[in-house]
Design a protein around this ligand. Structure first.
Ligand code: THG
Length: 267
C-alpha cells in the first residue's frame, strides 16, 4: 500500500500560518513526523493561497525535500502551479491531479509526459463530481486511455474515484467501492488512490468511519491512500488489513511497525 501523508495542506490552520510565515522548521517537522510514521510520499498543497499558490508550492517543495528523502505528491487543481513545482522537485513526483476537464488536461499532458512521474487521475469529466459507479468507471476508463495513449504506463497511473460524504448521500460509499472494483479488474496493473476523510464529513466518530472505509477500499484492491500516517489507529487498520489480504509476507511490516511503536496497542 502506497501511503501519501496528507498533513502539509494549507487548509489546515497551523500549516497555513507556517507557510505564510515561511517557517522552515515547522514544515520540516511536519514532513519528518510523517516520514517516520511510514509515509512513502508527502503531499504538499498550498491551494488556499490563490494569488501566492505558485510561489508557496515551490517553497514547500524545496523545504520538504530538504527535510526528508522522499518524493512528493504535488497537490493542486492549478496546472500552472504543478508545472512550476515539478521544476523544483528532485526525483519522481506524483502529480495530483489531472482530470478530463479540457483545459486541465490540455495544460497538464505536456507536463506529465516530459519527465518521469506518477499521475493521479480524478474521475471527473468537466466540473461536476461523479455520483454513480458507472460515471466513475466511464470517466476512469477514458482518462486511462488518454494517458496510456500518450505513453504513460498503467503502473504510473493512480485513478481517484473521488470520495464524497455519506452524510449527503448514503450511496457514496458503495459508489466508490464499486468503481474501484471495476477499474482495478478492468485495467490490470493500474493503481487506485483516494483521500479518505471526505467519506465521514458531517458525522460523529469520523476517524472510526475513515478507518473502516479504508479496510473496505483495500478489499477492492485500493493501492494507495492520502491519509494521516501519524494516526496510529488508522495505520493499525492499514497494516492489519494488508496482512489479512496476503500483502505482507511473513507479516513482516505489521510486526516491525508494532515493535517500532508506529501502530496502536489499544485494540
Ligand atoms: N483526492 C486527491 N487529493 C486530495 C484529496 C482527494 N487532496 C486533498 C484532500 N483530498 C486530502 N488531503 C487532506 C488533508 C488534510 C485533511 C484532510 C484531507 C485534514 N482534515 C482534518 C479534518 O477533516 O477534520 C482537518 C483537521 C486539521 O485541521 O488538522 O487535515 O480526495 N487526489
Amino acid at each position: 500500500m502506497v501511503i501519501v501523508g496528507e498533513k502539509i495542506n494549507t487548509s489546515r490552520k497551523s500549516i497555513a500560518e507556517a507557510v505564510e510565515a515561511q517557517d522552515v522548521d515547522f514544515i520540516s517537522e511536519a514532513a519528518r513526523t510523517q516520514a517516520e510514521a511510514g509515509a512513502h510520499y508527502i503531499d504538499v498543497n498550498a491551494g488556499t493561497f490563490l494569488d501566492k499558490e505558485v510561489d508557496y508550492l515551490c517553497w514547500l517543495v524545496e523545504v520538504v525535500q530538504n527535510a526528508v528523502d522522499l518524493p512528493l505528491c504535488l497537490d493542486s487543481p492549478n496546472p500552472k502551479a504543478l508545472a512550476e513545482a515539478i521544476k523544483h522537485h528532485r526525483g519522481e513526483p506524483m502529480i495530483n491531479s489531472i482530470s478530463l476537464e479540457k483545459e486541465r488536461l490540455r495544460a497538464l499532458l505536456p507536463v506529465v509526459t516530459s519527465q518521469p512521474c506518477s499521475v493521479i487521475a480524478l474521475c471527473m469529466a468537466e466540473t461536476s463530481m461523479p455520483s454513480t459507479v458507472e460515471e466513475r468507471v466511464e470517466v476512469g476508463a477514458e482518462i486511462i486511455r488518454r494517458l496510456t495513449r500518450e505513453g504513460i504506463p498503467l503502473e504510473k497511473i493512480y485513478v481517484d474515484p473521488l470520495v464524497q460524504p455519506v452524510s449527503v448521500d448514503t450511496r457514496m460509499g458503495t459508489a466508490v467501492l464499486g468503481g474501484m472494483n471495476q477499474i482495478m479488474n478492468g485495467f490490470p496493473g493500474v493503481n487506485t488512490i483516494c483521500g479518505l476523510s471526505n467519506i465521514s464529513f458531517g458525522l460523529p466518530l469520523r476517524s472510526l468511519i475513515n478507518r473502516h472505509f479504508l479496510a473496505l477500499c483495500m478489499a477492492q484492491g485500493l493501492s494507495a491512500a492520502i491519509l494521516d500516517p501519524t494516526d496510529k489507529q488508522l495505520m493499525a487498520t492499514l497494516l492489519s488489513v494488508e496482512l489479512l489480504l496476503d500483502r505482507d509476507e511473513y507479516c513482516g511490516n505489521f510486526i516491525e511497525a508494532y515493535h517500532d511503536g508506529r501502530i496502536g496497542a489499544s485494540s
